[in-house]
Design a protein around this ligand. Structure first.
Ligand SMILES: Cc1cc2nc3c(=O)[nH]c(=O)nc-3n(C[C@H](O)[C@H](O)[C@H](O)COP(=O)(O)O)c2cc1C
Length: 232
């Protein structure tokens, strides 16, 4: 049994990466972590050639390898972030390419699945677009539409890039003031870390739920095998 964790964040050791890894670690099972920015792949071409083969027709990039990893996993955790309030393009392209795992075989059906979303626009500021829920929904609906067993999501308050860019306090269109108000500065806003947030507890809980579900699935598979029923 292997639990696959996928992060769409290109930032080294980002909040997104660490949240995905916290869920993987909480399972205590064999895991694999994939950082999508380490690979080259595009989105789905909608050619539908995968319908009868479950193989992606784009073969000159890392897509087929990533599709295979998702197919082979017993459970999957997908983490994304929210440029311009919606899900980032790498995570979206990964999910689109995994369309090849669908169709007659439905390889993702029933897999325990958890989402992670990292965002910077505070949820309580209703004047800003709801990045956290739009990002989380995009991952959740992919999982649900593929028939996975969606167990829940971890939301992580990340950092607006202006905290690190070097001109956050002087830039006329700084996101710091936009997100946190006119008196906000690089110093008084500070750096948000996943480990200090409620999401850390959610990550550990969801990791344990993955283990419970996999154990239940194993028992029901054993029962159906001992009754001579075909293995679904
Ligand atoms: C091009 C760009 C656009 C962004 N737009 C938004 C946005 O509209 N809403 C938001 O909540 N965060 C936005 N962010 C912030 C990212 O969500 C944040 O950097 C990401 O969650 C990574 O956080 P981390 O550094 O803590 O890992 C944007 C970041 C970039 C680079």
């Amino acid at each position: 049994m292997k639990v696959l964790g996928v992060s769409g964040s290109p930032i080294p050791n980002s909040n997104t990466d660490r949240a995905v890894k916290a869920i993987l670690n909480a399972t205590g099972l064999e895991t694999e972590f994939i950082k999508l920015s380490d690979y080259k792949f595009s989105g789905c071409m909608h050619c539908l050639k995968c319908v009868y083969t479950n193989k992606c027709a784009i073969t000159d990039d890392d897509g087929p390898m990533l599709i295979e990893k998702a197919r082979e996993a017993s459970a999957i955790v997908i983490g994304g972030w929210t440029p311009y309030s919606s899900l980032d393009s790498r995570t979206k392209a990964f999910m689109e390419r995994c369309f090849a795992n669908r169709h007659l075989k439905g390889y993702m059906k029933g897999k325990p699945a958890v989402s992670v979303i990292t965002y910077a626009a505070p949820e309580e500021n209703l004047e800003l677009p709801p990045a956290s829920s739009m990002g989380q929904d995009a991952i959740m609906y992919y999982m649900v539409e593929e028939g996975m067993n969606y167990l829940g999501g971890v939301k992580v308050l990340g950092n607006v890039p202006c905290i690190r860019c070097g001109v956050g306090d002087t830039c006329p269109i700084s996101g710091i003031a936009m997100l946190c108000g006119p008196t906000a500065t690089v110093e008084n806003v500070g750096v948000n870390k996943f480990e200090n947030q409620k999401g850390m507890g959610d990550a550990v809980r969801l990791g344990k739920v993955i283990v419970e579900i996999l154990a239940k699935n194993e028992v029901s598979e054993e029962k159906s095998c001992s009754k001579g029923e075909p293995n679904k």
